[in-house]
Ligand binder design. Structure first.
Ligand code: CTP
Ligand code: ZN
Length: 174
């Protein structure tokens, strides 16, 4: 069957490729080296790029597939970043935005590491409290800390002022 391919060039180095075959799932080609963030909940690939501060200006080749068929979920998004292996801090950020995503490290076309992201019970060091009067925003030596009340949809409760933070509040900070 005939394959249909649409490529959008976001910048000199970033492109989004949508490939569809009639009756089959959409896919993005395999990469040689880098990171594949797989099983992102459908429609949230751009949030993952946002939280990783990837906008194409870094020079890495980035491919995105959205709303593709998945074995485990109904639909999913995938982000592939070529030539770069995500650092542990970046993996933690993805857990906030895409619980259940898998991070695959690719070397010479092989998946050499596969990790399912998971939020710990408490988080610190990634986000600030959205309450301007919170003690963690007062210039005191009190670093922001949250209890993870719910992973999906995200609900974080500030340790100090009990303000509830949701995914949109987190994304605003990136
Ligand atoms: N992948 C890639 N380039 C490679 C190898 C793998 O882009 N050289 C992608 C695959 O397309 C897939 C993801 O990395 O989206 C994980 O690959 P793999 O573990 O081979 O796939 P599955 O077994 O389907 O993964 P899972 O069990 O996590 O669903
Ligand atoms: Zn607070």
């Amino acid at each position: 069957m005939k394959e249909h391919k649409t490529t959008y060039h976001l910048s000199k180095f970033a492109e989004v490729v949508f490939v569809s075959r009639p009756g089959q799932e959409l896919y993005v080609k395999k990469i040689r080296n880098g990171t594949v963030i797989d099983h992102i909940s459908a429609g949230h690939a751009l949030d993952v790029l946002k939280i990783l501060n990837i906008d194409g200006h870094e020079g890495d080749i980035v491919s995105i597939a959205m709303n593709v068929a998945s074995k485990h979920q109904n639909k999913k998004d995938i982000v592939k970043v070529e030539g770069r292996e995500l650092k542990p801090g970046e993996v933690d950020k993805i857990a906030l935005i895409a619980p259940g995503a898998t991070i695959n490290i690719i070397r010479e076309f092989e998946v050499t590491e596969k990790n399912r992201v998971k939020l710990p019970e408490t988080i610190g060091g990634i986000v600030r409290c959205a309450n301007p009067s919170c003690v963690s925003n007062a210039g005191e030596p009190v670093s922001p800390r949250f209890k993870v009340e719910k992973e999906d949809p995200l609900k974080l409760r500030c340790f100090y002022c009990a303000r509830i933070m949701e995914k949109q509040d987190v994304l605003k900070q990136f």
